[in-house]
Design a protein around this ligand. Structure first.
Ligand code: DLL
Length: 434
């Protein structure tokens, strides 16, 4: 694989500024952001007042812990525009979550917010090793989802030639990567697996594709999956993280030269890790729930927004800004199976060790009698169909030994597991609702 390390002089100065400089900038911006939210959003005014705190009470970064959290339900309760902090004529973009599980959450951006979003995404794409002259195949969905259009903003800012293909129509994905000579791809890890399958279906070798780097996010994926994808395409694979409530893609991103976790773009987003039950702020290095406070957002400031994503904060390496470890999962996706906590990524990790099985999987939860049962649906590779039963037993034994739960493994022939065109649906819960 080619060395894609960006030159030092191509970075934004703040990416490699001293910690003191970064903290000083954060404190200034945090004071502004708290005041902006308090003065312009009724929800924040009420919640700060109820907690007996005022923006003037913040004299150090640690003082942020005195302020109340914001949760997804607060955003739902103010649907659609109750959390906006600017007059409507200043809003230039509106995105929203799909809302399949309830009221959608709506977020807004001013012209200045879009400019900052472009800056952090450009920074992320540059950290991945892309530069002007590169062709970016952007397979994140375009639409209300922030993936497609967010990446597009940053690619424009960095000066890439963007192919806004969006998700779906997998045959055409392969054709255009080849015909347009894409050197970078932005896509969910699960959809990239469908693209790899399609290469095989067309009799093409993905290792011969023009791609040099892929920037994967929007769902959890393991380092084992990284190696699988890097090997399949003979390219680098880096992680990009974000969520619509905080901005979209580009809140944090991995550097191609280190691939050791995602640098949080701390000049725009202030991270904390809290204990998920007590809400207490945990020191760097400890695993807990990630919480973000926006430092520059005008239209939709968020103060101590609880992401439900579990990770830990680590010191900077390739950049001075702190890293967050690869997200192991969302607290919402944690399955409690007969008293044991299980994340889909733990199953993925074991699956990747069974060479006869393809990297696609889905977890099905059923209630059998009074007990919960988990079935892991997997499939063989085209040339390992007859080894399926043995491979299934191997996976089940690994899960029992490493994760500590008994699961049933259903092995199908290739194509038996539902394919993703964006975020994969990992859990199908058939248990009766209590
Ligand atoms: O998924 C934004 C995005 C688009 C990020 C493209 C990266 C690439 P939402 O739809 O609001 O926004 O979903 C946010 O997805 O809270 C995490 O649970 C999960 N997520 C996002 N990136 C990662 C990642 C976009 N790199 C939710 N690793 C977040 C693990 C991720 N989970």
């Amino acid at each position: 694989m080619e060395d894609l390390t960006p030159t030092k002089d191509s970075l934004d100065a703040i990416e490699i500024a001293s910690r003191d400089e970064i903290s000083a900038l954060q404190l200034d911006r945090l004071k502004w952001s708290l005041r902006h939210a308090y003065e312009n959003v009724a929800h924040y005014r009420n919640s700060f007042d109820a907690a007996g705190v005022h923006p003037d009470d913040l004299n150090s970064l640690e003082d942020l812990a005195k302020f109340p959290f914001t949760v997804k339900n607060d955003l739902r309760a103010t649907y659609p525009f109750g959390m906006f902090a600017v007059p409507r004529d200043q809003v230039r973009r509106i995105h929203a979550s799909s809302g399949t599980t309830g009221q959608p959450t709506v977020v807004g951006y001013t012209a200045g917010d879009l400019d900052n979003w472009g800056t952090v995404v450009a920074r992320s794409l540059r950290a991945a090793g892309l530069k002007p002259g590169d062709v970016l195949h952007n397979a994140y969905g375009y639409g209300l989802f922030t993936g497609g259009m967010g990446i597009h903003l940053g690619a424009d800012k960095l000066g890439l030639a963007t192919v806004p293909i969006s998700g779906g129509m997998t045959q055409r994905q392969v054709r255009l990567i080849e015909d347009f000579g894409a050197t970078g791809i932005t896509v969910t890890p699960s959809y990239s697996l469908s693209i790899i399958d399609e290469y095989a279906a067309q009799g093409l070798d993905p290792r011969k594709s023009p791609l040099k780097v892929g920037i994967f996010g929007a769902e959890p994926w393991t380092n084992a999956m990284r190696l699988e994808i890097e090997d399949a395409f003979d390219m680098h694979a880096v992680d990009i993280y974000g969520l619509s409530e905080v901005m979209g893609p580009g809140v944090a991103s991995e550097c191609v030269e280190t691939k050791d976790g995602l640098h949080v773009w701390e000049d725009h987003f202030y991270p904390e890790i809290i204990h998920p039950e007590t809400g207490e702020v945990l020191p760097d290095g400890e695993l807990g729930e990630l919480v973000f406070t926006s430092l520059t957002k005008e239209a939709f400031p968020v103060i101590r927004y609880r992401t439900r994503d579990l990770t830990r904060l680590l010191p900077g390496t390739a950049r001075t800004m702190r890293r967050m470890e690869k997200v192991t999962g969302r607290s919402d996706d944690m399955i409690i199976l007969r008293g044991v906590n299980v994340f889909p990524t733990q199953i993925e990790e074991q699956l990747m060790k069974v060479r006869e099985l393809a990297p696609h999987f889905q977890l099905e939860l059923n209630r059998v009698g009074h007990k919960d049962e988990m079935r892991v649906k997997v499939e063989t590779l085209p040339d390992t169909v007859e080894l399926g039963d043995q491979a299934g037993r191997d996976l089940s034994a690994r899960v029992k030994q490493v994760v500590g739960v008994s699961v049933k493994v259903d092995v199908t022939s290739p194509g038996g597991v539902e394919r993703s065109q964006g975020k994969a649906v990992r859990i199908v819960d058939n248990r009766p609702k209590e």
